[in-house]
Design a protein around this ligand. Structure first.
Ligand code: ATP
Ligand code: MG
Ligand code: FE
Length: 336
């Protein structure tokens, strides 16, 4: 089974071809970071325009890499949402055109289901499992009892983890996207600055990062007013410790309560070295639960993950017709 996946939810134009839901035959990503950097974030109109320009080039490159033609493809999977509506639309329309022209089934995919299924490109998934999703727009704990079935047991009530990283990076005058810069800086500093941890209610698996973000901003401004300087590496280390401590503790509690066999890490913030180390320290000695962390190129947005999730949705019989629309508010439980 060969699935062609298309991803355009944000600022990566990506097409991939995945065999049997697990093997990457092609994985092409055209990143737009350079175009958005000078604005300090993703500009939706610019993202859409780049997707239009890049789509056919990336598609042809993917077919070439996999050494196949559209005839060999069993289905076209595409990110339906969530994401920027104008950006999503380019991918959805490309997928519809391909499916129509070549008479292939069209399979809608949730972007976060894709992030989770990036893990299936490196190992077999074992159920029940728990996915810790940490990305630019999401921070969630997702329970899966079987393939293609998602239950959100906790989510952020305000900022996503990646969003908090990017906003804190901006305060420290670092370029967009700030997550990797904070991560690097944090390795050089000491977590010596007291910052809050948002545990919320005792039994809650929800997250909150806006208080922490404000605390970092206040710390910087207060120091400025007093004419003092704070070592940015110490601030980065302290911020990172606060984020990771809460993420890991809630994941650990959920692992125990739900008795899962695997913990999967997913989303762009999964690239974070501090988080990867902390999860490894917590779970590597466990005999009951296996920790799976994707390689960096599968953590940030790509289409291999969309094809991998699309493969499972295709097997489940999930189909879209030519009326498929981009859905920026799509819920992950929709196709359960
Ligand atoms: P979503 O998947 O929720 O729709 P998105 O697709 O924009 O959002 P991703 O591409 O999954 O998000 O991840 C991008 C985010 O990951 C950015 O916020 C970026 O700063 C963050 N990020 C990337 N690398 C690191 C790192 N090493 N440490 C912390 N954050 C990181
Ligand atoms: Mg991106
Ligand atoms: Fe993403």
């Amino acid at each position: 089974q060969l699935i062609l996946g298309i991803e355009t939810s944000c600022d990566e134009t990506a097409v991939a071809i995945v065999k049997n839901g697990q093997e990457i035959a092609a994985n092409v990503v055209a990143s737009q970071i350079e175009s958005h950097k000078r604005f300090g974030g993703v500009v939706p109109e610019i993202a859409s325009r780049h997707h239009v320009e890049e789509m056919t080039i990336v598609l042809e490159e993917a077919l070439k890499q996999a050494e196949v033609t559209m005839k060999d493809i069993d289905a076209v999977a595409v990110t339906e949402g969530p994401g920027l509506v104008g950006a999503l639309l380019i991918g959805v329309n490309a997928a519809k055109a391909l499916a129509f022209a070549h008479q292939k089934p069209l399979v809608p995919v949730h972007h976060i289901a894709g992030h989770i299924y990036a893990n299936r490109l490196i190992t077999e998934m074992q159920f029940p499992l728990l996915a810790l999703v940490v990305s630019g727009g999401h921070t969630e704990l997702v329970y899966m009892k079987e393939h293609g079935h998602f239950e959100v047991i906790g989510e952020t009530r305000d900022d996503a983890a990646g969003e908090a990283y990017d906003k804190v990076a901006r305060v420290l005058n670092m370029p967009y996207p700030g997550g990797p810069h904070i991560d690097r800086l944090a390795q050089e500093g000491a977590a010596s600055i007291p910052l809050p941890r948002a545990w919320l209610e005792e039994d809650s698996y929800d997250f909150s990062f806006s208080g922490l973000k404000s605390a970092v901003i206040n710390t910087v401004h207060n120091a400025e007013q007093r004419g003092e300087t704070i070592a940015p590496e110490d601030l980065a280390a302290s911020f990172q410790e606060s984020v990771i401590e809460v993420l890991v503790a809630k994941t650990e509690r959920a692992v125990r309560q739900y008795g899962v066999k695997q913990v999967l890490l997913a989303g762009g913030v999964a690239a974070n070295k501090g988080l990867r180390n902390a999860l490894n320290n917590t779970f590597s000695k466990s005999e009951e639960v296996e920790l799976v962390i994707p390689p960096l190129f599968l953590c940030t947005d790509n289409a291999a993950m969309i094809a991998a999730a699309g493969s499972v949705m295709f097997e489940k019989g999930i189909r879209a017709d030519l009326s498929l629309n981009a859905n920026p508010g799509l819920e992950i439980e929709k196709y359960n």
